[in-house]
Design a protein around this ligand. Structure first.
Ligand code: FRU
Length: 485
């Protein structure tokens, strides 16, 4: 017999569109992930959260913990809105008491977040601290907040990390209306010195938000590099919110983008991955890992889900690829831990049609020969499917969700595209959950995430090609275990 908590849990996470392999809060609204950090064996996920409803408002930091970044346990609100100040996006660091906020402890968690105050007369965004002496369970605001105040209405989303060569803290923070990321440094998290500005650069058609600066170490003969990613909303190439990245060098003061081809790209070419940030304080030798909000401000408030609204992407390991087409970031989702069994492998010219129930994963390696347009269709009804494919004529990888099910407002019915590199492999990895598809193509150099709201959780997996001839393919599919059971 199920215990009452197990019963409660499966009922609470059993709704038709409830993500089964992605984190979503049990109830209410969420947007950006905040304060991703690994500390004493636990991964922490804080997130923009409205404790009082399923629309944006009363922004506070929700909290969940995990030992594997897959199975999350939601904890009580970590940092609530207080005295008219909302708690906007920010980061958490493990501080070896440089701040003195840890008291007699050798180390503690310190959150650096944007405080947002708004009255009809005035809006102010400032950078603030809070600290926790009990592994993130309870938080105290620093009594001399704010630590940076530029007297500005738009100045937000501090991303802070420890820079070992510098022996100090570095902050990247957005000046959204100026399309700039400003860098600061500090010895104690309380006093900050301005270093430099990056931007405007690349796309500037909307607010710049949620910067993240991360070092991607050398691997497989590719030299290490820094990646600066920054959200833009609206004005992303697929409409609404999106995130561009720049590869380059950070010398402890200034970020200089590389001029190599591929040095400027998008962390995600779908519509639904925003404000991704990297984990702080990962064990030595670990690859950097990004995790984002699987949504788009164009229609985030209209998603047909209840009693929660909003979900997170999988965590993705970051690496670099350097080949004939230039340098490019590569992402690998962390999901293997949920695969049930060895998987079901198939190969041949016309792989048999299979039917799978979300959540599931499929890996496909196409050998397209002369075929120009080919891919896979996930059919969830007679007139309902999502198409994922490669188009060698238009030089695009694409996901077409215009017939994927229930539509949720402006900008949702869409075919998202990414530039295709003809020299790279035509491989595809799909993680299909009850209301999303995460696609990784060409060795993970293309990531494309889109929400879908099909009327059924069962998909018939159909291969297609423009000529109608079968395309040789090798593949494996796995049923994924729900993280909630
Ligand atoms: C991005 C964002 C951030 C801000 C937060 C408020 O989605 O607008 O810039 O800190 O959401 O919830």
């Amino acid at each position: 017999m199920l215990s009452s908590t197990a019963l409660g849990q499966s009922a609470a996470y059993g709704q038709p569109y409830r993500p089964q392999v992605h984190f979503s809060p049990r109830m209410n609204w969420t947007n950006d992930p905040n304060g991703l950090v690994f500390f004493r064996g636990e991964y922490h996920l804080f997130f923009q959260y409205n404790p009082f409803g399923d629309q944006w408002g009363h922004m506070s930091w929700g909290h969940a913990v995990s030992r594997d970044r897959l199975h999350w346990r939601e904890l009580p609100v970590a940092i609530p809105e207080h005295d008219g100040e909302m708690v906007f996006t920010g980061s958490v660091v493990v501080d070896k008491n440089t701040s003195g906020l840890c008291g007699t402890k050798p180390e503690c968690l310190v959150a650096v977040y944007t405080g947002h105050r708004s009255t009809p007369e005035l809006t102010r965004q400032t950078q603030n601290l809070a600290y926790s002496l009990d592994q993130g369970r309870t938080w105290t605001r620093y009594d001399a907040n704010p630590v940076i105040d530029l007297d500005m209405a738009d100045f937000r989303d501090p991303s802070v990390f420890w820079d070992e060569p510098l022996k100090g803290w570095v902050m990247a923070v957005a000046l959204p209306k100026q399309h700039k990321v400003r860098f600061y440094s500090s010895r104690d998290l309380k006093h900050w010195t301005e270093l430099s500005d990056f931007g405007p650069a690349g796309e500037v058609g909307g607010d710049w938000e949620c910067p993240d600066l991360v070092h991607i170490p050398a691997e497989n003969g590719t030299a290490g590099m820094w990646m600066l990613k920054v959200g833009i909303n609206p004005g992303a190439p697929q409409g609404g919110s999106g995130e561009q990245y720049f590869l380059g060098d950070f010398d402890g003061k200034r970020f200089t983008p590389s001029r190599e081809p591929g040095g400027h790209g998008w962390t995600n070419y779908g519509k639904d991955d925003y404000c991704a940030i990297s984990f702080n304080h990962l064990p030595a030798g670990a690859r950097p890992v990004l995790l984002g909000w699987m949504n788009n401000w164009q229609y985030a408030s209209k998603l047909p889900t209840s009693p929660w609204r909003g979900q997170m992407s999988l965590a993705r390991r970051l690496a670099l690829v350097s080949d004939k087409d230039g340098i490019i970031a590569k992402q690998t989702p962390i999901v293997e831990g949920l695969r049930e069994g060895k998987g079901d492998s198939f190969s041949g010219d016309s792989a048999r049609t299979i039917t799978l129930e979300a959540p599931f994963e499929i890996e496909l390696n196409f050998d397209p020969r002369e075929e120009k347009v080919f891919g896979v269709r996930l059919r969830t009804g007679e007139r309902e499917w999502t198409e994922i494919g490669f188009d060698r004529e238009k030089l695009q990888f694409f996901i077409d969700r215009t017939k994927s099910g229930t539509m949720v407002g402006q900008g949702f019915a869409y075919r998202t595209t990414a530039p295709l590199a003809l020299d790279r492999r035509f491989d595809l990895r799909l993680i299909v959950d009850r209301s999303s598809i995460e696609a990784y193509a060409q060795g993970g150099t293309i990531a494309m995430t889109n929400l879908i709201f099909p009327t059924s959780g069962r998909s018939r997996v159909e291969l297609f090609s423009k000529s109608g001839k079968p395309v040789p393919v090798k593949g494996t599919s796995w049923k994924l275990a729900s993280i909630w059971k």
